[in-house]
Ligand binder design. Structure first.
Ligand SMILES: Nc1ncnc2c1ncn2[C@@H]1O[C@H](COP(=O)(O)OP(=O)(O)OP(=O)(O)O)[C@@H](O)[C@H]1O
Length: 260
């Protein structure tokens, strides 16, 4: 299916984000479709986390609306949101005493009964998620015994077990070496295509994001734009992202260079 015809998973209209005493960005118009891998980039403090938190309804918009599959989030309950968005945060808020399988099973919470008992459908979803991320061999390991890279993958498996049309991640490659950063990026790309889920993640890895993502959301100076990597470069949006005394964007290699 061509992306133009693909179903919109997440959109915003006239959205302004921020806090009681501070507007972080205004007039945000996003449109993210099924199967797209989307990076949210911007300098420190530009508003990436504020945007993600507003989309998952942790923060209330200052103005405008966020829509999930074309329904305004103000009309969607917390339970329904957990069936639409799975969230992977950098900070781990779970007991590392859990085994990998137990952690991935937590992804089924939105669907399980109040006792948290897994049905056979839940068990299949957990096994599928472990297989998709290729962490089935770790299933019985304790999370405390995993490397940061392995834990990162297991967190993704938990998100997949939740089986939502949208997965959102806040800086999923922090603490990883360059090889494992590239590994996670490629895995996200593959997942977005094989599962047709929309995957949106905040990252400081701009060079990798430009190489692999379908769309980029750039948060800069109170403005947010969504473009393909090609258009972002063509329209020179990256040239003035950082103060020009130290680094400059090289549109040929599509990467930032340190000035000599
Ligand atoms: N709870 C809060 N109340 C008021 N202002 C806040 C709050 N949290 C963040 N801010 C401010 O909002 C702005 C955007 O912050 P945000 O954390 O969204 O940036 P970011 O792009 O995610 O940054 P980083 O790359 O450093 O993680 C910053 O100026 C920050 O100081």
């Amino acid at each position: 299916m061509k992306n133009k015809e693909a179903k919109t998973i997440l959109s915003t209209q006239h959205l302004s984000i921020g806090y009681e005493d501070k507007v972080v960005a205004q007039n945000i118009e996003l449109n993210i479709k099924k199967g797209e891998l989307v990076a949210v980039i911007g300098v420190n403090g530009s508003g990436k986390s504020t945007l993600l938190k507003t989309i998952i309804k942790e923060l209330t918009p200052i103005a405008g609306n966020v829509f999930l599959e074309e329904v305004a989030i103000e009309n969607i309950s917390a339970k329904e949101i957990s069936e639409k968005i799975s969230i992977v945060l950098t900070e781990t808020h779970f007991s590392k005493n859990l085994s990998v399988k137990e952690l991935v099973s937590l992804g089924r919470q939105p669907y399980s009964n109040w006792l948290g008992i897994l049905t056979s459908k839940d068990k299949v979803a957990v096994q599928n998620a472990l297989n998709l991320i290729a962490v089935q061999d770790l299933a019985h390991k304790k999370c405390s015994d995993l490397s940061d890279g392995q834990l990162q993958k297991v967190m993704l498996a938990r998100a997949l077990a939740q089986n939502t049309p949208l997965i959102m991640l806040d800086e999923p490659t922090t603490h990883l070496d360059l090889y494992h950063k590239a590994f996670v990026f490629k895995m996200l790309k593959k997942l977005s295509k094989t599962t047709q889920k929309a995957i949106v993640f905040a990252t400081h890895e701009i060079d990798l994001a430009l190489q692999l993502c379908d769309q980029i959301i750039l948060v800069n100076n109170g403005k947010v734009i969504q473009q393909t990597p090609e258009n972002l470069i063509k329209e020179k949006h990256l040239e003035h992202l950082f103060p020009s005394d130290l680094i400059q964007f090289d549109s040929i290699s599509k990467s930032f260079k340190i000035k000599s």
